[in-house]
Design a protein around this ligand. Structure first.
Ligand SMILES: NC(=O)c1ccc[n+]([C@@H]2O[C@H](COP(=O)([O-])OP(=O)(O)OC[C@H]3O[C@@H](n4cnc5c(N)ncnc54)[C@H](OP(=O)(O)O)[C@@H]3O)[C@@H](O)[C@H]2O)c1
Length: 377
């Protein structure tokens, strides 16, 4: 039986996940009804010409040019495009900036294919509350979490002993010995994946893995102590689940984000894809991460243990620090230092929508003050 083409909204359409999502939509023949992008005018224009979406939102800086090139285009606010009638909304705007769209999609009861891990890290319990009210589904796009989701299908949650996330180790797994010499150019060269700049730098500090630990805590509702990270340089095994009887399920396979994206779009079905099978590496290694070398990962665990607003604060500090590093304002090792200092000043308070945004703003202000960088306009 042929599939009814789905209506898809892509938030972050000009990015790494966004463009790969559009490729999946092309091969599935899906109707792309909404696009949200930032400032990449030319690529967004190509996407509008190709997909003829019903609604588009973008950064204010490119709106006049978009209006001039497409006078009949339905330009709306970002939250409107996120809430546009659709079968699936793909959340792929990085950072806490992605949360508004994610929240709007969930509150409309959509299926959310979630790449933007920061939303789940900062506001997981709030998103689940909203999903329970609206009937929304939240499916992970992050490859490790997609793998965990698949391993956990049909398994009673109380039987989970441990979730194991693998990490390739990034470009600085062993070299250089002195990480203070790392430049933005070095950090932006990931040995395996081409991703956006924020997630690439986070992968190099292992903070991305820390965010993934916190994302797994929220997505699968397990305590942080039950989530373990193993360095696996071959990146062939995405994740493992150990059950309380000792059985272990591992999810292997092609490290191609399009597979995880398609699964979130087509779940529970698994139609064929044009992707090639990945060769099985001859040697598979697994070893624990060095948290002395990569303290940002240990800080994520600390935030997970603290709970409340700590993950919000840690994420905000990282966004500021990574941006400052990429702009050449601070050295590489300043990133974990500022994370630690901001985390120590986590405000008390319940996790509410108001508190999430207030804590995020305050943590950014504090991080900028500590780093001596000015407010970005
Ligand atoms: N890339 C991966 O392989 C991967 C894997 C797993 C999870 N993720 C997660 O997926 C998310 C996206 O990552 P990515 O690598 O795709 O990032 P990316 O390549 O940097 O793309 C980001 C996208 O979001 C848009 N954007 C950024 N800020 C925006 C704002 N304030 N308002 C509206 N649009 C905005 C960008 O627009 P412009 O480019 O037009 O400015 C672009 O379309 C992140 O949370 C990341 O952690 C990524």
């Amino acid at each position: 039986m042929s599939e009814t083409p789905k209506r898809v909204v892509v938030l972050g359409s000009t990015g790494s996940i966004g463009t790969q999502t559009l490729e999946v939509c092309r091969w599935r023949g899906y109707r792309v009804v909404g696009l949200l992008a930032g400032k990449n005018l030319e690529l967004l224009c190509d996407q509008i010409s190709e997909f003829q979406p019903e609604a588009v939102a973008a950064d204010a800086a490119i709106l006049p040019e978009l209006k001039a090139r497409f006078p009949r285009l339905n330009l709306v606010e970002p939250q409107e495009v996120a809430a546009w009638p659709a079968d699936v909304v793909v959340g792929a705007v990085p950072g806490l900036a992605g949360l508004l769209g994610v929240r709007a999609a969930v509150s409309q009861g959509r299926r959310l294919a979630l790449a933007n891990k920061e939303s789940m890290v900062a506001a997981g319990p709030l998103l689940w509350q909203e999903a329970e009210r609206s009937g929304a589904e939240i499916l992970p796009v992050d490859s490790e979490h997609s793998a965990l989701f698949q391993s956990l299908l049909g398994e009673p949650p109380q039987d989970i002993a441990e979730l194991i996330l693998t990490a390739s180790g990034g470009p600085f797994l062993r070299e250089p010995a002195d990480l203070s010499r790392v430049t933005p150019e070095m950090a932006l060269k990931h040995p395996r994946w081409r991703m956006g700049p924020k997630v690439t730098v986070d992968s190099s500090t292992l903070f991305n893995k820390g965010l993934e630990v916190l994302e797994a805590v929220q997505l699968f509702r397990v305590p942080v102590e039950k989530v373990r990270v193993l360095i696996h340089p071959q990146a062939y095994v995405h994740s493992m689940v150990r059950f309380q009887d000792g059985n272990l399920k591992a999810q292997l396979g092609p490290t191609d984000m399009r597979l995880a994206i398609q699964y979130a779009l087509t779940y529970p079905h698994r139609p064929p894809t044009p992707l090639r099978e990945a060769p099985i590496p001859e040697r598979l290694e697994f070893f624990p991460p060095d948290t002395q070398r990569f303290p940002a990962l240990a800080l994520a665990y600390e935030a997970g243990r603290m709970g409340g607003l700590a993950p919000v604060v840690l994420n905000a500090a990282d966004e500021v620090a990574v941006e400052a590093f990429l702009q050449g304002h601070i050295g590489y090792l300043e990133i974990p230092r500022v994370l630690e200092k901001v985390l120590q000043q986590t405000p008390r308070g319940e996790l509410t929508w108001e508190n999430v945004f207030a804590a995020d703003l305050e943590a950014r202000r504090l991080a900028r003050a500590l780093l001596g960088v000015r407010e970005t306009p």
